[in-house]
Design a protein around this ligand. Structure first.
Ligand code: ZN
Length: 180
């Protein structure tokens, strides 16, 4: 498979699996906009051209949030992409507070590729919270999310300076927007 084919196939795979999901913001954007934005940020701001990182970015929420499995990912995209997506997939049998704690604890041990996806994912999420927060989230919950994302990103430092700076600006802007 060419690099272009892998990326387009990953976008198609993610679009099919997220087809019934919407983002949590008030405008109910199609979920697929999120992984595409994450991959775009990695390429445009992070200047990453590594196909496996970009494919994993497109696929990063498919196993956690849809009926796709890691075996499906491996069959379509190979063992390396499977391993990155596995690093980006929370164990949904655990309570959400524990999953959040584990993301902070495990981030420093993640592969460089997984750290890059985490940096971009958290950037997009904190920007979304500033721009179009989930309507049922009180201000305190929004602030807690941004502060948690800052702790996860602390464990990803050293993977991509441009993405780290981008996250810092997005987190500062989100906290300022939340303060009002
Ligand atoms: Zn995500």
């Amino acid at each position: 498979m060419s690099d272009t084919t892998i990326l387009l196939r990953a976008a198609h795979f993610a679009a099919r699996h997220h087809r019934r999901q919407k983002r949590k913001g008030s405008d109910g954007e199609p979920y697929i906009n999120h992984p595409i934005a994450v991959a775009d940020l990695i390429a445009s701001v992070g200047r990453v051209t590594d196909t496996l990182t970009l494919a994993a970015a497109l696929l990063h929420d498919t196993v956690e949030d849809t009926d796709a499995t890691l075996d499906d990912i491996e069959r379509e995209f190979g063992a390396e992409v499977r391993a990155i997506v596995a690093e980006l997939t929370d164990d949904k049998t655990l309570p959400s507070e524990e999953r959040k704690r584990l993301q902070v604890v495990n981030a420093p041990d993640a592969s460089r590729r997984a750290k890059i996806v985490k940096l971009a994912d958290k950037s997009i999420n904190v920007a979304d919270i500033a721009r179009d927060p989930p309507p049922h989230w009180p201000v305190e919950r929004r602030r807690e999310y941004v502060e948690w994302a800052i702790r996860v990103v602390a464990g990803c430092r050293g993977a991509n300076t441009a993405l780290e700076k981008h996250f810092d600006a997005a987190a500062a802007a989100a906290l300022a927007a939340i303060r009002g």
